[in-house]
Design a protein. Structure first.
Length: 94
């Protein structure tokens, strides 16, 4: 499972702009909000390439960051954010 920065920020209990600010300050994102070290952080962060057709401007391309599932605790540790507790599983009743 992968999350975009908005969903990751919500999970961590902060806003997307605050997450980007913290990640940039820590050197995890470059000025285009893409991973600063894509090879080093490939187990945690991924660049998603997208494209679409615009009727006047032609083919448009964009890139965005996706946080992989193992990247959630890694990112929280990098930024000094405490993860929310994992809710108890109600299926564990005897």
């Amino acid at each position: 499972m992968e999350r975009n920065l908005e969903k990751t920020a919500k999970y961590l209990g902060i806003t997307r702009p605050k997450l980007i600010e913290l990640m940039r300050a820590k050197g995890l994102l470059n000025d285009r909000n893409l991973p600063a070290y894509p090879t080093r952080d490939r187990d945690y962060l991924r660049v998603k390439d997208s494209n679409w057709w615009h009727p006047k401007l032609g083919m448009q391309y964009s890139q965005s960051v996706r946080v992989k599932q193992p990247g959630i605790p890694w990112l929280a540790a990098q930024l000094g954010i405490e993860l929310p507790p994992i809710p108890a599983d109600s299926r564990d009743v005897a």
